[in-house]
Structure formats: C-alpha cells, structure tokens
Design a protein around this ligand. Structure first.
Ligand code: DAH
Length: 363
C-alpha cells in the first residue's frame, strides 16, 4: 500500500511541477493553488482521504509523505507568487516615454542675468567680443590709468571698498578698468564689451545697492569718431528697447572720455517718438506730446541710461596706443538700470529679493 501511495505522491508532485512551470499570471497561480490545496476537493486533500485505507502501522509514514507533498506545494506556490508579483511590480513602475513630460518647475536665468545676455547678444551680433576681468582690481586700473589720479574729485563720487592689507587694491567701482586691461593686452583694432559686477559703498535704496552690474563697451580703431558712437548706441537701444526709441546725447563729464555724453532714451511709455518730429511739425510740437504725469519718465519724456564718450588721448597713451593714429569710443551702462526701465520694475531692491512672483513674470 505504502509503495503505491509513494508512486502516486511522486506523480502528483511531477504534474504540479509541470503545471507551475507554465504559469505566468497571478490568476492562473491562484487557480492552481485551489486545485491542489483546496480543503475539500484539492488533490492533496484527496490523498489525505486515502489514509483511511492504510494499515495502522503505515499511517504515520503515509501521513508524513502527504504532509511533505503539501509543504512542497505550498513553498513552490509562494516562491512563484513572489516572482510573478515582483515582475508585475516593475511593470507598474514602467513609464510610457511617448507621453508628454510632466510639468517640472525648471529654473530660468535671473532677470539680471537674462538682461545681461540680451545686451551681450546684441553686441555679439555687431561683432563685439566679450571680455571679462577681476572684480578685485588694482587701484591703478580702476582709477589712475583711467585719468582719475589720486585726489581727483571723481574718486569721491565712487565711494570705494578698499581691501584691507592691500593698499593698492579695491573692489572695482566700475567696469571701465577693463578698458585698460584690454588695451594693455591688445593692439587696435579692438571691439569689446565687458559685463560684470561692481561695488560701491552705497546704502541700499530704490536706485542704489552696494553691489550692482555694468556693461562696458570699447571700440578703438583708425578714424573712429563720435558718429560711430551715436550709430552704435542707436542700434543697441532700438534692438533692446524697441524700434521706435529715440536717443538724446547730453554733454557730460567723465575723466576718461573727451568729449563725454550722457545718453537718454525717449520714454517708451509716454513718448517713444520723442525728439523725432513727424513730417510738417516742429520739435516743440513733438515735445508737447509728452505726458506730464508719466510715472516712468516723471513727465520729462526722457530716461537716462548710460555714460559715453570718445576715449581720452591720455587713456590711450597710458595703454601704449598712439592717439595720433587711433581713436575710439567707450560707454558704460548699469544693467539693473536698463532692466528696471525695460521691465518696469520700480525699485532696484526688488531685483535682489528673489521673489518668484516677480521673477516668474518675465520668461
Ligand atoms: N564708468 C562710468 C560710471 O561708472 C560709466 C561710463 C561713462 C563708462 C562713460 C564709460 C564711459 O566707458 O565712456 O559711472
């Protein structure tokens, strides 16, 4: 009897192994489990029923054989169940790469960096190179070589951070020392802009911060005159602020340029065509179109944006360039200043608060 049972159990074990090897889904596995292990009609229970026909002496051995079969089946079922479950788990984690990507909040350039890049792009298109230099600068380049000797009152206008322990070093107060650095290293023709950080000992208010940004421009070649400067700045301003913008050059003073000019643009808010009288009208007519309550230009119709001029012959000489042969123009503008004008930001400090509600408005 026991031999017959052994054979039968072996048969059940084999057919179970055959069947479980084909199973791919949890549903089929559950059905197999039901067929082999269900209490009432399961194949293992059928075997247990046969114990009744066994001789008393054979019962313990027969019982043990059937129990071993049952444990074997249970273990195998659990192993395969886990395997199928794990596979299904990875399937659930698969992502469909043909679907549109979810909307991740990716960063963007800060407004100041963005405006700097717009300025750079315009000048790159005009054939300028970008030159950058140190923010900790020699006093010599920041002032003296730019025709601002010691005791010159222009030094007081740019309240300077000196570097403790280095008598001749400053945090640069302007990007103009890059004119000196570049001219000492290069012979004309040269054509650069130099954007970067500058520092002045100013208390923060709506138009001042102790650290801000400027872009310097410098072009030196033979036969360069003031109209080249005017044309260049006109192209720049119309590309940057809009095609209708007009420029006004006012006499100014900078020790490193002669003559020097402060440049205003017509207020794009109230009078973009300011200074360009329509045919058949006078300049006075054009001026009368200015809105006196304009918040952007405070009613003047003009917005000051930069300083400029023809490179002073002494500055060329300081850089070993012969002013009898070469001439050039230079300009310098505040990046925050033009950013505020272009974006309509009323307070400079807002550009540094990093409030995403402000930064996010300008893509
Ligand atoms: N460096 C001047 C400043 O910070 C701005 C400036 C004026 C730069 C005239 C120039 C220039 O190159 O020609 O106020």
């Amino acid at each position: 009897m026991i031999d017959g049972l052994k054979k039968e159990i072996e048969g059940v074990r084999r057919s179970f192994l055959n069947e479980i090897a084909q199973i791919q889904s949890p549903e089929k596995l559950a059905a197999l489990k039901e067929r082999f292990l269900s209490r009432k009609k399961g194949i293992v229970s059928q075997q247990l029923l046969k114990l009744r026909d066994c001789a008393a002496a054979e019962k313990p051995v027969a019982g043990q054989l059937i129990n071993q079969l049952k444990m074997f089946i249970e273990t195998e079922l659990a192993r395969i169940e886990e395997k199928i479950g794990a596979r299904r788990g990875t399937q659930e984690q698969w992502s469909d790469c043909s679907l549109p990507a979810s909307d991740l909040p990716i960063g963007r350039f800060h407004l100041i960096a963005e405006i700097q890049r717009q300025i750079e792009d315009i000048f790159l298109n005009l054939g300028y190179e970008i030159a950058s230099g140190p923010e900790v600068e020699l006093e010599e380049y920041n002032f003296t070589a730019l025709n601002i000797p010691e005791y010159h009152p222009a030094r007081d206008e740019q309240d300077t951070f000196f570097i403790e322990g280095f008598a001749n070093m400053v945090l640069r107060t302007q990007t103009s020392p890059m004119q000196i650095r570049y001219m000492l290293d290069h012979q004309p023709p040269l054509k650069i802009i130099s954007p970067g950080k500058v520092c002045r000992k100013d208390d923060p208010d709506a138009t001042h911060t102790p650290v801000f940004h400027q872009v310097e421009g410098l072009l030196v070649d033979q036969g360069i005159h003031f109209s080249h400067l005017k044309g260049t700045l006109e192209v720049f301003c119309r590309s940057f602020f809009g095609p209708d913008v007009n420029l006004r050059f006012r006499p100014g003073y900078f020790p490193f340029t002669e003559p020097s000019a402060e440049v205003d643009i017509s207020c794009f808010m109230c009078s973009p065509r300011q200074g360009i009288p329509p045919a058949g009208t006078s300049a006075a007519d054009a001026a009368s179109r200015v809105q006196s309550d304009c918040k952007v230009c405070k009613g003047s119709g003009w917005l000051e944006i930069l300083g400029s001029g023809m490179v002073h012959p002494q500055v060329l000489l300081n850089c070993h360039i012969d002013p009898e042969i070469y001439s050039g123009f230079a300009f310098g503008m505040g990046i925050e200043r033009v950013a505020m004008i272009k974006l309509g930001v009323p307070d400079l400090r807002m550009l540094y608060e990093n409030d995403l509600r402000l930064l996010g408005q300008f893509g």
